[in-house]
Ligand binder design. Structure first.
Ligand code: ATP
Length: 193
């Protein structure tokens, strides 16, 4: 199967992530796009997530409901923290050895790739799908990648968390409706507990 993995914190999932996933769907027509929320990003250790892993999974499931090729995997929750992408790929390939694997990421992550643990292992086993919003990023010798040019979406999870924490409205169109409802419900529940 042609499978595109999409790892991220998704705290919470927002319209920018959805635009990326739609772009990869249009470009490579995968059999499935698998959102893989990180239990604990190695690059965000010490930073508090606003939502628990379970809440982030539930919001992702609400965001992709009814979208035939999209699914949410809790694989990272089974592995000890922090979340290393290579371990997800290794585990995925153990379970699905015949898959042709893509890994969706943004240009900020593409620029940081050499900092990723065992990125060479990843490069041997996936084709990177790099979503960018302007000049195509620089190719990396020996790393298979395709560059997806897409529309600029201003959504930022950091800004969304700041709005939610301070009770301000999230900018229109940044959160899928079902995700915003869940996010507000979770915050109310934690405020009253
Ligand atoms: P935070 O603000 O918490 O760092 P984030 O959305 O940047 O959130 P992740 O949830 O880990 O972080 O994002 C997964 C991927 O989505 C990253 O590769 C990031 O580059 C990309 N991304 C995030 N927001 C956008 C956006 N508005 N447009 C395009 N790509 C985005």
């Amino acid at each position: 199967m042609k499978t595109c993995l999409f790892g991220g914190t998704f705290d919470p999932v927002h319209a920018g992530h959805m635009v990326m996933a739609r772009a990869v769907e249009a470009a490579i027509t995968p059999d499935r796009i698998v959102f893989m929320p990180a239990a604990q990003s190695p690059f965000k250790v010490g930073e508090d997530n606003l939502f628990t892993p379970r809440q982030r999974v539930t919001m992702l499931r609400a965001a992709v409901a009814g979208w035939a090729v999209a699914e949410v995997s809790e694989m990272d929750m089974l592995l000890p923290a922090p979340s290393w992408s290579w371990r997800l790929v290794e585990m995925w390939l153990k379970r699905n050895p015949a898959d042709e694997l893509y890994w969706l990421l943004g240009t900020d992550e593409w620029a940081e790739l050499p900092r990723w643990s065992r990125w060479e292992y990843l490069a041997q086993n996936v084709i990177f799908a790099v979503y960018h919003r302007g000049e195509p990023p620089k190719p990396r010798p020996g790393v298979r990648a395709l560059f997806l040019q897409g529309e600029q979406h201003p959504a930022s999870a950091t800004h969304i968390r700041s709005c939610l924490r301070s009770g301000r409205a999230v900018p229109q169109g940044w959160l899928p409706g079902a995700v915003e409802n869940l996010a507000r419900k979770y915050l109310e529940e934690s405020a009253s507990s």
